[in-house]
Design a protein around this ligand. Structure first.
Ligand code: GLN
Length: 236
């Protein structure tokens, strides 16, 4: 990893375990929207055999199947780097399996509770049905509001503890429990949105960037905003 502090370091956690659903697009859109504003970036790929660096700016975790999810959680817990980075103010976007992993606990493939990384006050367990389909939700006003869309595909349901706040209120789809979608706590954000989430919701990408670089100059609308509008019109 570069030691140049003017470079925004985007850390993609465990491409070998947590990349089943195309969530790597989140790293690419963060890079694009940063570089359009003249911010230099580096994407660091951290495989599950590697230590997690603590000097990253934005950490990304994607979705995955149950067994890779369990393995990823065990490795992240014993490594400790993601927790240390989050505790020192790094931004984190964790999607679906990644979202459940960064919480306090989640159910394995037999729904036995396993410990998570513990940087987001959520607990996940198996739901009666699989939540599959398009999801639309309104982001918490404290995070700037706005409507987000994505695709969900998960068996788990998630309950928030007192230190976590819902990322959004669900209008269509299930999310955490049919009423809220995702959660945040400081600079740690979790969501069930695939699609992937950030290209479909450029405002969410900018929210993560602004956590590390402060106020951002607006960008002219591009295909990201068009995609967002198109998906909203198709689903609502
Ligand atoms: N295995 C988890 C669940 O079904 C996460 C699935 C995913 O990442 N899409 O709840």
């Amino acid at each position: 990893m570069s030691d140049d502090s003017s470079v925004l370091r985007i850390v993609w956690i465990y491409p070998d375990l947590l990349s089943t659903y195309g969530d790597q697009g989140n790293a690419l859109i963060l890079r694009r929207r940063a570089e359009q504003r003249g911010i230099r970036t580096e994407i660091v790929y951290v495989y599950s055999s590697d230590p997690v660096p603590v000097e990253g700016d934005i950490y990304l975790l994607g979705g995955g199947e149950d067994r890779p999810q369990t393995l990823a959680a065990e490795r992240l817990r014993s490594d400790g780097g993601l927790k240390r980075a989050a505790e020192s103010g790094a931004a984190v976007l964790a999607v679906c399996a990644g979202y459940q992993i960064v919480g306090e606990s989640f159910g394995d493939d037999d729904d036995n509770p396993l410990p998570g990384v513990g940087i987001l006050d959520i607990r996940s367990g198996r739901g009666e049905t699989r939540a599959v389909g398009e999801i639309v939700a309104d982001v918490a006003p404290e995070l700037g509001g706005g409507r987000i869309t994505g695709f969900e595909n998960h068996q788990g349901r998630t309950a928030l503890g007192p230190s976590a706040t819902p990322l959004s209120r669900t209008l269509k789809g299930i999310g955490n429990d049919g009423t809220s979608e995702g959660a945040y706590q400081g600079t740690v954000l979790g969501t069930y949105l695939h699609g992937p989430a950030l290209p479909r919701n450029p405002a969410l990408a900018d929210l993560l960037l602004s956590m590390r670089v402060g106020q951002l100059q607006p960008l002219p609308p591009s295909w990201g905003e068009r995609l967002h509008e198109e998906r909203l019109a198709a689903v609502m």
